[in-house]
Design a protein around this ligand. Sequence first.
Ligand SMILES: *[C@@H]1O[C@H](CO)[C@@H](O)[C@H](O)[C@H]1NC(C)=O
Ligand SMILES: *[C@@H]1O[C@H](CO)[C@@H](O)[C@H](O)[C@H]1NC(C)=O
Ligand SMILES: *[C@@H]1O[C@H](CO)[C@@H](O)[C@H](O)[C@H]1NC(C)=O
Ligand SMILES: *[C@@H]1O[C@H](CO)[C@@H](O)[C@H](O)[C@H]1NC(C)=O
Length: 216
Amino acid sequence: MAGSLRSVLPLLSAVLLSCWCCIAGAARPVRPDIRGGGNASFVTAWCAGTEYPALCNATLSPYAATVGDSPTRLACAALNVTLAGARNATKAMKGMAAGGQLAPAAAEAARDCVSMLGDAVGLLGQSVEAMSEAAAEEEGRAPQPSRRMARFRVDSVLTWASAALTDGDVCMDGFKGQAAGHGGVRKAVRRHVLGLVHLSANALCIVNAMANQAPP
Ligand SMILES: *[C@@H]1O[C@H](CO)[C@@H](O)[C@H](O)[C@H]1NC(C)=O
Ligand SMILES: *[C@@H]1O[C@H](CO)[C@@H](O)[C@H](O)[C@H]1NC(C)=O
Ligand SMILES: *[C@@H]1O[C@H](CO)[C@@H](O)[C@H](O)[C@H]1NC(C)=O
Ligand SMILES: *[C@@H]1O[C@H](CO)[C@@H](O)[C@H](O)[C@H]1NC(C)=O
């Protein structure tokens, strides 16, 4: 059951999120000149249209120098930051699952979380690799792919990143009920996992914008 749900949700959330991004972008007719504003303002301008702009700017501004004004490098950095967030969340949930303090229902939900977040780490790792390849091609360090191949790669990354977002959401949902979530457990899980969910949403938005060659 959970398996079939998880295979549908990523696609669904990818569609919803990309729509949200487009709407957010359309609502912002006035934009700073991202080419003329230097590297820091490039990151800030692209972050402005994401779902969580302050988080986006705070986590990606440190990469402004390596990002330059390349949407592909920005997408790569966003996925890499999300990967770090997924590793963090996995570690925190592992600690919780191994702590021996949880009620049986919560312990089971925590183990499910560790497994789902581990999947997310794998998918985000693949995504970073794919975007690094794209950056290398763009910079002439690797042969140009066909348009079809490039599009296929972007679609794969969108699917993987939205699956990672779903993994975080489903993890938190496991603690919704009284049996698993009581006694502050639900809150603690949210504290560990919500960051990953927000970072994934931002990364999806940026990858989608990168594919359109326009800020979100
Ligand atoms: C973005 O982050 C940079 C560096 O931390 C900061 O200087 C800048 O004020 C931030 N911009 C916005 C719009 O939050
Ligand atoms: C922007 O980043 C590039 C490297 O990607 C660097 O060479 C350049 O000096 C940076 N420009 C500014 C204004 O920081
Ligand atoms: C991703 O981030 C790690 C540090 O967290 C860094 O060592 C690695 O080079 C980054 N990879 C890419 C492709 O940017
Ligand atoms: C990971 O967790 C550490 C503290 O445990 C925190 O300082 C860092 O910001 C977190 N990184 C991410 C990407 O969530």
